[in-house]
Design a protein around this ligand. Sequence first.
Ligand code: FAD
Length: 491
Amino acid sequence: MKYYDPLELKKNSYDIVIIGSGAAGTALASTLSKSNKKILILEAGKQEWKEESQEIYSGYTSGYNHGDLQDVRIRQLGGSTNCWGGACVPFDPVDFELTENGRQLWPIKYDEIRPYYVDAGDFYGIGDYFDVKKPPQIFRQKITNLSQKYWLVNDDKKLFIERYDKLVLNNNLIDLCLCANVTDIKFESFNKISTVIIENYDQYEVKIKADKVVLAAGGLETTRLLLNWSEKYKVFDKIAKNLGLYYSPHIDIRTGSLIAFPGQVLESDSIPLNAQTLATGFFTLDFKQEDQQKFLNSQWTLHRKKKIIRGRRFWKWPRYFVNEMSEKETKLIKYLSTESEDGEVYDFVVMFDQTPTSESVITLSNETDRFNLKKIKLHFHIKNSDVDKIKNTYLEVARLFGKANVGRVNIGNVTDYLNHNEIGNSHHTGTVRMAQSPEFGCVDHNLKIFGVDNLWVCSSSVFPTPSQANPTFTIMALALRLGKELLNENY
Ligand SMILES: Cc1cc2nc3c(=O)[nH]c(=O)nc-3n(C[C@H](O)[C@H](O)[C@H](O)COP(=O)(O)OP(=O)(O)OC[C@H]3O[C@@H](n4cnc5c(N)ncnc54)[C@H](O)[C@@H]3O)c2cc1C
């Protein structure tokens, strides 16, 4: 059943309560709806976008330039899928091998999540991601140490808001309640939640009994709720020292360009795979675990400009670029260069992974929202060594293009770009990290909060690292994996 206000709710007790109806909540609910459990999805927003809901997302940012916290997500049924690009791409196996002081950052391996990427493809409607027969080819030739990859978008099924009627109407076991702002929880014993407190916009309070609770309120909001609750409940002491730390939104850089020789770039636009699915090619620098001291994993897309650089001007680029290279490499590039050819210009859009740093952090301000919950204070920091790694990665990509004689790269001014542009946006990772133990994170490998018997987190906030990949395919894969876990009788 669908309820438009918490005061309308007919039942007051559920087996599983899901807080949030974005990509995470939807994927989880779809799995759980196949069971005989009583499920309730609590969604703070309404069916339509409303200012009174969105303003709850206001907060403060500092450090590197970050998008306004009200603009980088949506507080409405379907969450941020109401405005997302829909691009789905899995993390790389190497992401799960990254280490911090010799310790594996992810407590799970790529092989554990891979089958759920296949399920997520099915759920989202793009089919088996790994079974795409003809992915777009960006470059005519294979370039040593660069991998060509692709992301998939299902234009028909991008808006998750449209899935809810199908999910909840005609199903007596699954309820959805709108205008249900979760503000608090109550415990039946020290570490077991008994009740979830919700308030509508007139601030009427309703109490829901819950056997299991999943926080799927988005990367930032999940963290905010937990930070607020950890000020009240000692049970969160176990995770308090890690909660809010290691924030990373992907370092989004749009500087530099490839001036390609004619015919070298085959496809920089999206191509339709079928009636509703589009594929877009991108490339990554081949990245191995031992490279993590030198480079960052990164996702590069090419955006074609109408401009053509005529032969003589094009020739200037290698000179500019080779200044940054060894004499041997300079000679090689000069040897490979062809003075007479024109160049097609493609701007780079690059998303970088980030080395976790505890200086990049979400805390609470003293200002509260209408429900008396403290607002977010977000400080976005990037290690200086990561700035060097970004420059190294640019140089390496430039060197590889030069060597393969695909074209020449104008690196641009990375430091300048980082200091003067919005480089953090809508991918909110870290802050409730998944880890082997509470010493290093907040949730275990099954996404359960350390120290609480019946509270799970399902959002990108559990990612120990952001990867080069857009987050939502992995959020959905983790949600489907969690759904299976929650139906496991051991819990
Ligand atoms: C412009 C834009 C483009 C993007 N493009 C892409 C892309 O191409 N590919 C990609 O992978 N990702 C993309 N993203 C990111 C993607 O949208 C998010 O990663 C994804 O939607 C997160 O899903 P979620 O369910 O974890 O959180 P959300 O979508 O944020 O959903 C959380 C839900 O919880 C609700 N909620 C919050 N607080 C409470 C509360 N107290 N009580 C009850 N309910 C609550 C919210 O209203 C919301 O519905 C984009 C984001 C933006 C903003």
